[in-house]
Design a protein around this ligand. Structure first.
Ligand SMILES: Nc1ncnc2c1ncn2[C@@H]1O[C@H](COP(=O)(O)OP(=O)(O)OP(=O)(O)O)[C@@H](O)[C@H]1O
Length: 247
């Protein structure tokens, strides 16, 4: 079981200069995510979403509070797709993925991930020869390659053109359905969030806290239905006008 329980009393960044005040990034933040739940985090720019993911990933322990991941005895595997793909430039696409895996990846599993993400033709290329969309798809496979219990995704599709983003989103959902795990996905795009999430969690401006959590009532097999997504988006904006200010 890899549910996530977040209880952050306070996260403060110290001032960069002596005369600046400290920055209270997060305060009184509570959120529980169920095992295998897909949660999209939506909040204004600079509100603290990356800070939160870094804390959950264990990259930042300078905060007051507690994060419980799964059961205490079992330390979950965490895949983290950063905003920037962060590929190792001196390794090929295939090697970037193989190096991330905790144990050697089965050749047919890697082949099928590359094929699903339409990267077979560039598997031996180096990152400098990839488009941004390709690099982001490699970063997503790399996170999957560790067979994560928890997947953290920080605006992984930002700056992709709309058709590419839709293509990668569909592939991501296919992979998630094949191998379910708990996902926290940060986005500013409400349509994207509705297409992906079991639940939307809206976050405030700093100090960041949870404003509301809303389940997406659209069936999984209807998430490609643009009309259903748009109609739920309109319903959300009409019923919760404050959401507009968060996007
Ligand atoms: N290392 C740091 N030192 C000081 N302040 C920081 C540091 N990292 C982030 N911050 C500040 O904390 C706040 C939250 O940053 P964070 O990157 O977590 O926000 P975000 O919601 O992910 O932003 P965006 O949506 O633009 O990606 C911002 O005001 C940022 O300037």
């Amino acid at each position: 079981m890899t549910a996530i329980h977040i209880d952050i009393a306070s996260k403060v960044y110290p001032p960069k200069h002596r005369k600046q005040p400290a920055h209270q990034a997060i305060a009184k933040f509570g959120l529980s995510v169920a095992d295998n739940e897909f949660v999209c985090l939506v909040g204004p720019s600079g509100c603290g979403k990356t800070t939160l993911l870094n804390i959950i990933a264990g990259l930042d322990d300078q905060y007051q509070g507690k994060i419980v991941l799964g059961q205490q005895q079992h330390s979950p595997r965490i895949g983290y797709v950063f905003q920037n793909p962060r590929l190792l430039p001196w390794h090929s696409v295939r090697e970037n993925i193989e190096l991330a895996a905790p144990q050697p990846l089965a050749t047919d599993l890697l082949d099928s991930l590359l094929e699903t993400m339409q990267l077979t033709a560039v598997q031996n290329a180096y990152p400098e020869h990839l488009s941004l969309g390709m690099s982001r798809r490699v970063a997503i496979i790399r996170a999957f390659a560790i067979d994560p219990d928890i997947l953290l995704m920080d605006e992984p599709f930002v700056s992709l053109d709309a058709p590419t983003a839709r293509q990668v989103r569909d592939l991501l959902l296919r992979l998630w359905i094949q191998r379910p795990h708990t996902v926290l996905f940060v986005t500013h795009d409400l349509r994207e969030a509705i297409a992906l999430a079991d639940r939307l969690v809206f976050l405030s401006a700093p100090p960041m806290r949870v404003i509301s959590g809303i389940k997406v009532p659209i069936a999984r097999n209807q998430r490609n239905d643009e009309q259903a997504i748009e109609s739920f988006r309109q319903q959300l904006l009409n019923n919760h006008p404050a959401i507009k200010q968060l996007l």
